[in-house]
Design a protein around this ligand. Sequence first.
Ligand SMILES: [Zn+2]
Length: 357
Amino acid sequence: MSSTIQSVFRQFSRNGKLSQQNLSRFIRRCSTVNSEENSFKTMIKRLESKGLPIVHHHGYVCDLPVNHQFPMKKFHGVMHHLKVDNVISMRQVLEPERINIKNAQTVHTVEYTEKFFTGHTSREEQKVTGFDWSEGLVSRVRYETGGTLLAARAALERGMACSTGGGTHHAFPSHGSGYCLLNDLAITAAVLLKEGAVQKVLIVDLDVHQGDGTAYIFRNDERVFTFSMHCEKNFPTRKQKSDLDVPLEDRMQDREYLDHLQTHLPKILNDFHPDLVLYDAGVDPHVDDELGRLSLTDKGLFDRDYYVIDTVVSKGCPIATVIGGGYSRDLKILSARHTIVHRAATKPWKVSFKGWT
Ligand SMILES: [Zn+2]
């Protein structure tokens, strides 16, 4: 929410909520405010939506060459499984706007963003990202990054929110890497810090690969704590230094993995006191993941996600989740696996945010 609209919201709301009568007044007043990224329309939808906010856009997906290794269609698959299994209703779904270049430049260089947005990155630069440049790719990346930012904004307003995409943690300020073009987690943290919406952000990155881009971006920024638990011998070979790295051995199983998490997360929360947690719930630590090298089960991933969300929410801290990495040729199984975090979020939501059902 822009600061102007925030002040209008405060004028018409009581305890963070709008009555039906005040909602109409608020909408009329807001329509005179020129807000950034067309966020007015999105914000009204946010206020009208019910239940745990789920952020999704059809534009998270773009066309790729046949047999491309990246499972692009999984983003649609995630929404499909959430709907057919009745995990969510459409009333919960919020659609993001595409991130604008100004916000992308909160962490990326002007040169890189201008090249990426307009298709002037070199062949070599494209090669390390794993994608050939296309207009569709830029659009998809901008929607996905806008989705993480919207999930964070919704979490700040309502306590929790989950995107059906996001977690592009290998992107660095001046280049993309490992299927990541813009660093959605870093941009989200940087934009909210710049706006003054938060003072401190904790990024919990449990994707099986180290969040190297995020760690590098915030290496000298005390307002952001980067916590990465990852498989030591996995990509990237050259690791960066997070505020806390927990490298794990190959083939680690549920119990030992959860022990590590339970050792570190409560201490970080107690010492750092974040205003917001961004959680990368990558499913590539799964035993069947094609790039993972760890041995977590479906239940292990559920217990992990539930533990993170419940622990953060119990501290009264808002949390926004992204799906992170996950690799399988079986799109159906992979998409369903990515919905574990949304399923795990449902129970703490019901317990902690009854007023928003
Ligand atoms: Zn990964």
